[in-house]
Ligand binder design. Sequence first.
Ligand code: KG4
Ligand code: ZN
Length: 343
Amino acid sequence: MKVPHLLLGIETSCDDTSVCVLEDGVTLRSHLIAAQDVHKLYGGVVPELASRAHLELLPAMVPQALSEAGIEARQLDAIAVTHAPGLVGSLVVGVAFAKAYGSALGIPVLGVNHIEAHLHSSALEHGEAPYPSVALIVSGGHTELVRVRGFGDYEWLGATLDDAAGEAYDKVAKRLGLGFPGGPIIDKLAATGRADAFAFPRPMLDRPGFDFSFSGLKTAVSVAAQTHGEPPYGLSLLADLAASFQAAVVETLVTKCRRALQHTGAQALSLGGGVACNRSLRARLAEVCEPMGVTLRIPSPRLCADNAGMIAWVGAQRFARGEVSPPSLDAIASLEASGLPLN
Ligand code: KG4
Ligand code: ZN
């Protein structure tokens, strides 16, 4: 079977509402991403507010995405929607919308796994990865290191045992009195600080394997900050804390990636997730991959963070394999229960 000619992609798993029209599985005719600013007020994503915002935004964004693509709804051939994993209330909005819209138009709907989509999020710009490859997904909810043997053939090498990498960035930023999301703020601050100002731990580096842990590092930053009292802190202290924290996170991620590449012999490393926007992580990974002859595949920032484009790409591949979801398609919160093989 062929990939659908015009595919509507919908992503509502967390706090970004995103809609796209993908042509022939390769060209994004339109791609809208609305970040929900309401969560900034609370220093983190409030699930109840996220679902309500998806409910408001989605019915307006779908016609806009069609109009920007220069097509009408009746020209659509299929719909791909994130159905797992994520905030269940947010997922339900996208899945219910996709099923109703698909039913009204008489076109098939496919539920896509959000993590599988991050695994392949570099494909839209770089083409499908050569296999076997390794993928690192680093976001607010996930830190996953995966051997990708082929499309749909994944082996989980490692994951975080506690906080995700992005979650650690967000929590450290909150503790230091900075805004939300913390990643971009710390990334910027770190550029002006001294990475060796504080000797923060490099979690799990002394152990074999590919798992991560960021909770102790987050506590170490908090304890170091505590000796200087409560926020607001001076700019140079903040920059030093940010740079030292970031150095620990990046060294941990980079070391495990190098280990995974050596272990698998993969010739490509694909990044995905919001933390993949981090400038230091990108630069350090490039330094590791180059001498190993490994191709580093980093999506542009829009495709690193949550977006409908990556959902549509995976959806197109699955439709081409004859897959369609039954009308009972439902939202599933956890990765473990999402049906992706976790070998
Ligand atoms: O993939 P994403 O948009 O949403 C989730 O699925 O979580 O990732 C958001 C996460 C947040 O934790 C944010 O702080 C982090 O990505 N992030 C960054 C950077 N930009 C976003 N972390 C480090 N450095 C950045 N430049
Ligand atoms: Zn994500």
